[in-house]
Design a protein around this ligand. Structure first.
Ligand code: HEC
Length: 114
């Protein structure tokens, strides 16, 4: 039976591919860099998204949000669209993780003064 190892090997490959395709987004560490990109594109219209800057926005700055909310609160908030003028704005779980991770880095910077 020389074909048997080949068949088993083939099944193993299929299993790995299926596992990769179905692995939950949470299995990958959130990326603050991707979050910063996303914030610059989608959030900067209303929020001051950098570590500092008073800005003229009517929305709270991300640094201010970082100071008063923890990551779980930010993620919970972002599951729903906010600020009514935002048209059909909705973030994927992955995007929420990333942008929350980015906002967290602002708090760390505020604490260390960097
Ligand atoms: C159209 C303007 C607008 C855009 C775009 C926008 N926001 Fe906001 N956001 C607001 C306003 C106004 C508030 C304060 C009122 C409220 O809570 O709804 C707010 C509040 C928040 C809060 C909660 C602050 C708190 O202290 O509870 C978070 C977190 C937040 N925004 C994150 C984001 C992220 C992340 C993005 C981009 C993906 C984004 N916002 C895009 C206008 C905006």
């Amino acid at each position: 039976m020389r074909a048997m190892p080949l068949v088993l090997g083939g099944l193993g490959t299929v299993a790995v591919i299926l596992w990769l395709a179905t692995a939950p987004a949470g299995a990958v560490a959130p990326s603050p860099e991707a979050g910063a990109d996303l914030a610059a594109r989608w959030c900067a219209g209303c929020h001051v998204v950098g570590p500092s800057g008073a800005g003229t926005d009517s929305a709270p700055s991300f640094a201010a949000i970082a100071g008063r909310r923890d990551s779980a609160e930010i993620r919970a908030f972002l599951v729903k669209p906010h600020a009514r003028p935002m048209r059909g704005f909705s973030l994927s779980t992955r995007e929420i993780e990333d942008v929350a991770a980015y906002i967290e880095t602002l708090e760390q910077r505020a604490e260390t003064g960097r």
